[in-house]
Design a protein around this ligand. Structure first.
Ligand SMILES: Nc1ncnc2c1ncn2[C@@H]1O[C@H](COP(=O)(O)OP(=O)(O)OP(=O)(O)O)[C@@H](O)[C@H]1O
Length: 329
């Protein structure tokens, strides 16, 4: 079994989600000739081990088919693990699915859990009954989320008439009406415009901060991860290949850092000790220096010898790091 690289995470409280050697296989029957079918086993998740503390915001990322949805389905109890140990809020999800449903919320970006032909309000009322949410809690939460997510004018609109962003806000409200401790979000910002994405991220951050809700987020949009998650778990081929703080992921961003210098005028490539100039485009130049070295002497040397209009030290792009991880994982 290969162990993922694990780094200590910032928050280490009581584990709320615990997975140990979690495995799930599927039997797939494929045609082999005109009449014959052969059964092959697909290992969608293998030997996945992690533990998530209350109040953490964790990104669960990986390329298509990596095993993310299969893991989330096991965490919600929809799928039974083939083997391994799994506890969510102290419960074994597949055996205690109904009980667990009252403690978790699930939001899928690609499909709604609301009733398509019903006005939002009726969907919410049905969910109140299904989850047996006490009337006072229901009223308080409905009021709160309708205001925070600006749904007031839409409560009487059938779900099918809502825009994608409005529908998503409705789905999030639906997932939070019963005060879940854990919220699973599967591609929550898919298809949303930049402003809606920003608002949604802000809302989720506040939810975590104010209510301590634990968030587990799967997404292909790494900006979601950058905006929300201090910890990221990367899965590839069913196996966890990295689990640690986002900063640790960034720190793997190659051996060199970049300094972008905007000169007042165009000039030949900058020459300063400790750095090399990799690219020149008009008055803008890109210098690089080793990751372990301090940027200060390079910045000072450039500022002393050149007329500088602006300087910036971009963070290593996590996209690049992740691309490398997927390729090599
Ligand atoms: N019900 C199923 N029957 C057979 N194979 C399945 C089933 N569900 C998932 N798989 C296979 O398990 C693997 C993992 O799939 P999974 O849906 O968990 O990936 P994912 O990381 O969520 O991908 P995506 O980002 O595309 O949603 C894939 O090879 C997939 O084809």
């Amino acid at each position: 079994m290969t162990q993922p690289e694990t780094q200590p995470t910032q928050t280490h409280r009581e584990p709320l989600i615990e997975a140990r050697d979690l495995r799930r296989t599927f039997v797939v029957r494929r045609r082999a000739g005109r009449l014959r079918r052969v059964a092959t086993e697909v290992e969608a998740v293998r030997d996945v081990t992690f533990s998530i503390g209350a109040g953490e915001m964790v990104g669960y990322i990986g390329p298509n088919g990596a095993g993310k949805s299969t893991t989330i389905k096991m965490l919600t109890g929809i799928l039974v693990p083939t083997s391994g140990h799994l506890r969510v809020a102290g419960l074994e999800p597949s055996r205690r699915r109904t009980e667990l449903a009252r403690r978790i919320g699930v939001v899928f970006g690609q499909r709604t859990t609301l009733w398509w032909d019903l006005p939002l309000r009726d969907s919410f009322e049905l969910l109140q009954r299904i989850y047996r949410v006490p009337p006072a809690t229901y009223r308080r939460n409905l009021e709160r989320y309708v205001e925070l997510l600006a749904l007031g004018d839409l409560l009487d609109t059938p779900v099918r008439q809502l825009s994608l962003g409005q529908r998503m806000r409705g789905d999030i409200t639906a997932a939070l009406l019963h005060d879940p401790e854990i919220l699973y979000l599967d591609e929550p910002t898919i298809g949303l415009d930049v402003v809606s994405k920003g608002r949604l991220r802000e809302f989720l951050r506040a939810l975590n901060e104010e209510r301590g809700t634990t968030l587990l987020l799967t997404t292909h949009d790494l900006q979601d991860i950058e905006a929300l998650c201090s910890r990221v778990m990367v899965v590839d081929g069913g196996t966890l290949v990295l689990d640690g703080p986002l900063d640790a992921l960034r720190a793997r961003g190659g051996a060199r850092r970049t300094l972008v210098v905007d000169l007042v005028d165009e000039a030949p490539p900058i020459e300063v000790p400790g750095a090399t100039t990799d690219r020149v485009e008009g008055p803008r130049q890109w210098l690089s220096f080793p990751v372990g070295a301090s940027a200060a002497p390079v910045v000072a040397a450039v500022a002393a010898a050149y007329d500088v209009a602006d300087l910036s030290l971009p963070e290593p792009a996590i996209e690049d790091v992740i691309k490398e991880l997927y390729a090599g994982g």
